[in-house]
Design a protein around this ligand. Sequence first.
Ligand code: SF4
Ligand SMILES: [Zn+2]
Length: 366
Amino acid sequence: MSQPTPEVYEQGKGMDAHNQVMREIRSRKEASYDPHEPTRVWLDEDNTPTGVKQSLTIILNTGGCRWARAGGCTMCGYVAESVDGGSVSHEALMNQIDVCLEHERENGDEPADLIKIYTSGSFLDEREVGAETRRAIADTFADRERMVVESLPDFVDREKIGDFTQHGVDTDVAIGLETATDRVRHDCVNKYFDFADFEDACAEAAAADEEAGATADAGIKAYLLMKPPFLTESEAVEDMISSVERCAAVEGCHTVSMNPCNVQRYTMVDDLYFNDGYRPPWLWSVAHVLEETADIDAIVVSDPVGHGSDRGPHNCQECDDLVQKAIKDFDLRQDPSVFEQVSCECERTWEVVMERERSFNQPLTR
Ligand code: SF4
Ligand SMILES: [Zn+2]
């Protein structure tokens, strides 16, 4: 891939232009949300470094990501889910946590071992979730085994992680790195930070891990985005294989979650999709990356959201559920032979796409 000249990033071009377009797209949203209710909460099970655990996933409504307000990432619909006005009080955030605990009591047999907290931005950004709220949440879940909180790399430091590990709770920070390739992250995703910032965040987690000693572990879970806009299917696959390998090689990063892009409303991806300029990735591509990276020293998982639909990762409709099931099996067992048991005629079409799709003719199929 060619490197852009510095002029490309001048006013009105590059990132500025991306942000301008996205601000316009997002200004079309009209809905508003209650700051006392979480955006979403659900129970599930997850593969962690200490085995498969029952999990409670919480999406807190925190007023939104600062980067999204500037324009934000090309595929991210989170901002359309945020509270108007941009900040949520300590009391309201704790009310949201209460709603989640209530949900857990009503729907789970016992308290989940694993708690995952996402926000519509960064949980560790103190302008989104203040230190008082962060510590109160750490206290609330002090009796659980493991926590995952989401943050951009800039806000990750060992003291904040220490709020959780001091209770003996293993703690992971989930970072939406999207790709290890800076050029793709900047120009296709419109995310501002560099791989070096991710490496710094991993070093902070490794330091927190050392400070916690034997009482708790701390680490990083990297989230990658399979097939941002403007990449062909084969470029996306190649980018993911090298990204998984580069993340797994960084000390402090023990899990890579490679997630196929889906078309969310009020995003640039949505505009491209609507104008025949974008197709979400094939599930064969997801399976291929998992197979190719199965022998690296990290847990690699994928959760194809919206699989089988036009706006989500999909194959031919006939085999979507089967391939999705194999991916879920792989997530729990890390055994690439699960993919040997699935096949479909559309695999041939996927191979042709991998071979023949170019930037100028994409998407080659729907
Ligand atoms: S992907 Fe993350 S950083 Fe990008 S706009 Fe969405 S919430 Fe913000
Ligand atoms: Zn098929």
